[in-house]
Design a protein around this ligand. Structure first.
Ligand code: CMP
Length: 138
């Protein structure tokens, strides 16, 4: 059994729409554990580092602007195959391709406001957790 820890960010739109509880409820009911949790105004340099792989993409500026436009929730989520399980729970990055029953399939329509970010693989998870939880997780 591969126990993994992954990062979930609830983006400003998810916080404004009061979806913190709904998203966290789905993660917990799936059988995954919250081992780190904070509501923060993300510092711009942290968001730029988080999205460093997208620096040359046309949407880099707008996604950084968006992530710094209001409070976000950063969560460390742990459990068996947590990286893949979380991505399946959230649904496809583009909400119009996300199936019903996923967070994005049920609550989002636009790729610019797709409610959450989750780590793409275990290496990204380790890098992103170190960035958002430098103090460590439980
Ligand atoms: P996220 O998983 O947080 O990673 C990068 C974010 O950029 C992505 O979710 C989307 O919200 C946003 N984005 C905007 N346009 C695109 C695009 N064409 N491809 C991928 N991500 C995009």
């Amino acid at each position: 059994m591969a126990v993994e820890t992954t990062l979930v960010l609830i983006k400003p739109g998810g916080v404004q729409r009061r979806l913190i509880g709904e998203i966290t409820r789905r993660i917990e009911l799936r059988g995954l554990s919250v081992v780190g949790l904070k509501l923060i105004s993300a510092p711009r340099p942290t968001v730029e580092e988080h999205y460093a792989e997208h620096r040359e993409r046309p949407f880099f500026g707008s996604v950084v602007d968006y992530l710094t436009s209001g409070p976000i929730v950063a969560m460390a989520i742990q459990g068996e195959n947590a990286v893949k399980a979380i991505r399946a729970t959230m649904g496809a990055t583009n909400p119009v391709e996300a199936g019903p029953g996923t967070v994005r399939g049920d609550f989002a329509l636009s790729i610019d406001d797709n409610l959450t970010h989750s780590s793409s693989d275990p290496e990204a998870a380790a890098r992103e957790l170190a960035l958002w939880f430098p103090e460590g997780t439980l």
